[in-house]
Design a protein around this ligand. Structure first.
Ligand code: NAP
Length: 512
């Protein structure tokens, strides 16, 4: 039965008959259950970082379009909230099956618009399905609490029920690097907790968000409870986050954008997953072969375009030559090329501007004394896997988020120096330590001012089974299977007075 329903959905319907003269598909956006154009007819080009060709056009939502999406969501609050929880779970499980049946559409779109290597795009689709499944399991734990009042004089003969309620309209703003997973991780807990949502995906790769909107619509999410708009962060994004009827903003993106949004929105609930500057601390007693392999993987996977990437490596000086030698030995397993070809495990950065930015960081480091051991050049969006050694702490690449495929090695005299340099950063998302001594691992993990610390592994948020999130300028709140559902509800306390019915206990002062 499910298979039949699933096979009836053609995601290509999204742009059928909607080509412009150059036969470039033009995608509409989803507002209030209808696929619509922007009110002024403007569109944005979507370029593929693979070869800079235009692969599609999306609507450039205006302030009025964003307002229409918020009104549609506001009007759908009752529709989503009134669906019994078990039916909401069925609906989202159906979405998971539809997503799975259209895995190839999602993978191909992600490879084309984000330049993601095939195996990574497949991994993201799989992780998204798993995240939906685990969220449904966790959603069953939204219970609340019964609190008897006779533990306090002023609540004698009373009790309270503490219940979780939906927040209302939630604006979900996502980054380019996980165009499917980061939206699933926001939209699914929001819907299962009874909130209508508006998605605004990154303008570099928004096509996947439109496909997901179609899947959720097909799965039976009520009209208006899922809206997907496209358009610039500056216009459509700001119109969304500042709208009076939006109750919560969940945004994953850069620290700069997160801070701007935080300043704009005033008293709204916010969940911010922002930038990071992950450190790997390699102790002299570490398994250096393991550390080198994990450091390369943590720095180069998806060309370093991950908030949980390792973007600086502090290695104790007495083992540094051996460690760097092992890094260079493993380096050749990283192959840069067309992400449509499975032979390559690294593809382009998201656009040529991103490559130019990383080039500036690498050139700045070498001009300040860093030694370039491998790579270091780009062609259009393709940046070579790069290894820098002896990077001085004043180099920009030692301070700012890299978001490119660079292993940044810094030699330190002691673990204490590594801890201090790590904590000197304004970021506090993820870091890791490599050591074979339990007490060293514990000491470093406790001392780091990070949201998460991994021991003998590169940081990875994965499906979110373990919670994650940032301290300092890396964000607010925690994401994770159950944590995200919690973030998307509010607590109401309902107090019952039993005294009028002669029920409940009365206070007696004990006479000694
Ligand atoms: P970005 O430039 O900050 O954009 C993120 C989203 O915000 C996009 O949808 C963007 O729309 C929108 N936006 C931009 N300006 C806005 C504004 N004034 N008001 C409202 N929305 C606005 O980030 P990105 O380059 O796509 O993604 C990379 C960043 O995300 C990195 O810093 C990375 O560390 C971070 N990230 C963090 C996590 C985490 O878990 N902590 C996970 C993934 C990524 P446009 O695209 O239209 O500008």
């Amino acid at each position: 039965m499910m298979q039949k329903e699933v096979s009836n959905l053609k995601l290509s319907d999204l742009f059928a008959g909607c080509h412009n003269r150059q036969r470039v598909p033009v995608f509409k956006m989803l507002i209030g259950g209808k696929w619509v154009e922007s009110e002024n007819g403007r569109t944005l080009d979507i370029d593929s970082p693979i070869d800079d060709s235009i692969i599609g056009k999306v609507q450039a939502a205006t302030k009025a379009d964003a307002g229409a999406a918020v009104e549609a969501a506001y009007g759908a609050r009752k529709a989503i909230r009134d669906i019994p929880a078990i039916d909401r779970i069925d609906m989202l499980n159906k979405a998971r099956h539809i997503l799975d049946a259209h895995r190839d559409d999602f993978v191909k779109t992600m490879v084309l618009e984000a330049g993601k290597p095939i195996h990574m795009a497949e991994g993201e689709v799989r992780a998204s399905g798993n995240r939906i499944k685990m969220t449904m399991e966790e959603a069953r734990k939204i219970f609340g609490e019964y609190i008897p009042g006779d533990w306090s004089e002023d609540t004698m003969a009373k009790f309270a029920l503490v219940i979780h309620e939906p927040l209302g309209v939630i604006a979900c703003i996502s980054p380019f690097n996980y165009p499917l997973f980061s939206i699933v991780a926001k939209v699914v807990p929001a819907l299962v907790a009874g909130n209508p949502v508006i998605v605004k995906a990154a303008s570099d790769d928004p096509l996947v968000s439109l496909l997901l909107g179609r899947v959720l619509q097909e799965a039976g999410v009520p009209d208006g409870a899922i809206n997907v708009i496209t358009g610039s962060g500056k216009e459509a994004g700001e119109a969304l986050v500042t709208h009076d009827r939006v109750a919560m903003i969940t945004l994953t993106g850069s620290t700069e954008v997160g801070m701007r949004v935080a300043k704009l929105v005033g008293m709204k609930k916010m969940h911010l997953e922002l930038g990071g500057k992950g450190a790997a601390i390699v102790a002299a007693d570490a398994d250096l072969t393991l550390a080198a392999k994990k450091v390369l993987e943590g720095s180069l996977k998806y060309s370093g375009q991950r908030c949980d990437a390792i973007s600086r490596v502090f290695v104790e000086a007495r083992v540094a030559d051996r460690f760097v030698g092992l890094l260079l030995k493993e380096y050749d397993s990283w192959k840069l090329g067309d992400p449509r070809d499975e032979h390559y495990n690294m593809g382009p950065l998201i656009n040529p501007r991103a490559s130019e930015r990383v080039q500036r960081l690498v050139d700045d480091a070498t001009s300040k004394g860093a030694r370039l051991l491998k790579g270091g050049k780009h062609r259009k969006s393709y940046f070579e896997p790069t290894v820098l050694d002896f990077v001085p702490p004043e180099a920009e690449i030692a301070i700012e988020e890299t978001f490119g495929p660079v292993v940044t090695v810094m030699r330190v005299k002691s673990l204490q120096e590594a801890i201090e340099l790590t904590n000197a950063s304004r970021y506090g998302l993820d870091s890791c330590v490599f050591t074979n001594n339990f007490y060293t691992a514990w000491k470093v993990a406790k001392a780091l001012e990070e949201g998460s610390v991994s021991v003998n592994d590169a940081p990875a948020h994965g499906v979110g089974y373990f919670p994650f999130g940032g301290n300092k300028d890396s964000g607010l709140g925690r994401e994770g299977v159950g944590y995200s559902v919690d973030e998307m509800t509010k607590i109401k306390t309902i107090q019952f007075n039993l005294a009028p019915a002669g029920l409940g206990k009365t206070h007696q002062t004990l006479k000694m």
